[in-house]
Ligand binder design. Structure first.
Ligand SMILES: NC(=O)c1ccc[n+]([C@@H]2O[C@H](COP(=O)([O-])OP(=O)(O)OC[C@H]3O[C@@H](n4cnc5c(N)ncnc54)[C@H](O)[C@@H]3O)[C@@H](O)[C@H]2O)c1
Length: 511
């Protein structure tokens, strides 16, 4: 299978194909470039000389021939309308098709009226427009991007087609250094699909999988060729420097080199720990994140925060290490125990509270978590991280509910509550501190409906203990620990100072 990128004009398919292909050491294949070569002039000129029907016929022929010769490591970018051809759609069945979605307003800005030739995915690929991909595209090469309303209508009419055809949704995790692809699709965890989307050349870089003893036996055999497999005991109590040391030792014993890479297969614990080992082993090797829990699929696998806990506090030792790729297969959630799914749902709830809009409506109405929900959560997190990779500003919003949540985890020795359960309690505290009693009541009911704790019950934790752990939070700078509070769903505020008495009252409400 080749990896074939589809999506609307202006999505950035050519730019992304360039990046992905160069990471694999192959040249990208671009259907528009081939068409321009065949016509000997621009696509716009072809449109005006012979009309759209004639162009589509030529496009279908060129794309079908391209797809019939594309091999397993190839990355192919198709023109936005290529999938209108039934012959192209049937040729795509023999490949892995990834839909690069784009907001129509963003696409319009990029291609509108013939002014813009770039299809930037973010700072990482700025400057790599169609020309870099080999297609001498110009604004006038976008004959369907001349009228804004028609452009938006076309985007709306094509989106369902792309979704139907695609095996995966492709998002881009922009980072300062470069960026990484995120693939979301049910069924991606199979050898041929992974071979098509793998970000590294597996002939030259061997895969060493780090997983846990529960997930490994269930899913590791889907990963294709592994040079080694290290399974740690499941659960938060494995997120320690001692377990990291064991992993480093096993990597060294297996002869892992800097040319190789790690595959983190598991929940957030495996992702954080294996990511940390990857960040530090021989000063850093690439990591491919394959999240298998809901927490990891909607949150922890993205953004490059890795680390381990100390007895004194959670995530106290770690490193920023962006993944080489994230591969999300929601079908693996079928084996996730219900209580773990519920705990993961709290991260969906948190993301929805931060994002507001359609995601909040979906979650507030307690509609089920489907593939689209996972994509929307991933998109939301990626956009926050892209603005602030190193957590010095906007990224701090992601800590909504986590200040008290982490303190509860620490106070209970990481063994009584799942991370998501503790964050659910932390969200209740944060909403009280936000002065939003109605929203708190709504979230309380949602947590109850998901069988999640809404009070500390018989956990032997006191207000003093939580307050003192909060004051030692690693986010503390200067005289207070900053809280993330909400003005409304979609309107978070960072850096809020919370008087001690208010914090104690919010925690007391949980005790
Ligand atoms: N790095 C970040 O940005 C970030 C963000 C949020 C959370 N986190 C971290 O994530 C961790 C929590 O993640 P988690 O809830 O995934 O914990 P986890 O990794 O312990 O997984 C929870 C349990 O589910 C099991 N499991 C996972 N996938 C499964 C599957 N498909 N089938 C059957 N069992 C499966 C695991 O074996 C484990 O027992 C915490 O340590 C938290 O700090 C990190």
């Amino acid at each position: 299978l080749a990896l074939v990128l589809i999506g609307f004009m202006g999505a950035g398919k050519s730019s992304l194909a360039c990046l992905l292909a160069s990471a694999r050491g192959v040249a990208p294949l671009d259907s528009d470039a081939l068409l321009i070569e065949r016509f000997g002039h621009s696509i716009a000129e072809e449109f005006s000389a012979r009309g759209e029907d004639s162009f589509r016929a030529a496009e279908s022929e060129v794309v079908c021939s391209l797809l019939s010769s594309a091999g397993p490591r190839d990355v192919v970018a198709l023109g936005g309308g290529a999938v209108l051809s039934p012959a192209v759609r049937s040729a795509l069945l023999g490949h892995l098709t990834a839909f690069l979605d784009v907001d129509p307003a963003v696409a319009w800005e990029r291609v509108a009226g013939g002014g813009e030739t770039q299809e930037p995915l973010g700072a990482a690929v700025a400057g790599e427009g169609k020309e870099a991909a080999g297609a001498a595209s110009s604004g006038s090469d976008r004959p369907l991007a001349r009228d804004r309303d028609a452009f938006f209508a076309l985007h709306a009419s094509r989106a369902p087609l792309y979704e139907e055809i695609a095996d995966a949704v492709l998002l881009w995790g922009a980072s300062d250094a470069s960026g990484y692809p995120v693939f979301v699709g049910s069924g991606l965890l199979r050898e041929d699909a992974l071979a098509a989307l793998w970000p590294l050349d597996r002939d030259r870089s061997r895969s060493f999988c780090v997983t846990d003893e529960t997930v490994g036996p269930l899913h590791a055999d889907r990963l294709g060729p592994l040079a080694g497999l290290i399974a740690i005991p499941p659960g938060e109590t494995s997120k320690t420097i001692a377990v990291a040391e064991r992993v480093w030792g096993e990597l060294a014993a297996a002869g892992t080199t800097r040319a190789d890479h790690i595959v983190a297969l598991g929940g957030g614990v495996v992702g954080d720990l294996a990511g940390f080992c990857a960040a530090t082993y021989q000063r850093g090797v690439p990591v491919v994140q394959i999240p298998t829990s809901l927490v990891a699929q909607v949150d922890s696998a993205f953004g490059g925060k890795t680390g381990v806990d100390l007895p004194a506090a959670k995530n106290y030792v770690g490193a920023f290490h962006q993944p080489a790729a994230v591969v999300v297969d929601p079908s693996v959630l079928a084996t996730l125990p219900a209580a773990e799914f519920a705990a993961g749902w709290v991260e969906v709830l948190k993301t929805a509270l931060l994002a507001g809009g359609g995601l909040w409506e979906h979650v507030a109405a307690d509609r089920p978590v489907d593939e689209r929900t996972i994509v929307e959560c991933a998109r939301s997190k990626l956009s926050v991280v892209a603005e602030d990779e190193r957590d010095s500003g906007r990224r701090q919003i992601l800590n909504l509910g986590h200040t008290v949540g982490h303190a509860i985890e620490t106070a209970t020795a990481y063994s009584r509550y799942r991370h998501g359960e503790a964050v659910g309690l932390g969200l209740l505290a944060a909403l009280r501190l936000s002065g939003l009693p109605d929203l708190r009541a709504q979230v309380y009911d949602l947590l109850l409906a998901h069988d999640l704790p809404v009070s500390l019950g018989d956990a032997a934790v006191g207000v003093d203990e939580i307050a003192s752990i909060v004051s030692a939070d690693k986010k503390r700078v200067g005289r207070f620990t900053p809280f993330v509070l909400l003005s409304a769903p979609g309107e978070p505020r960072i850096g809020c100072e919370v008087p001690d008495a208010e914090l104690r009252a919010a925690v007391a409400e949980l005790v």
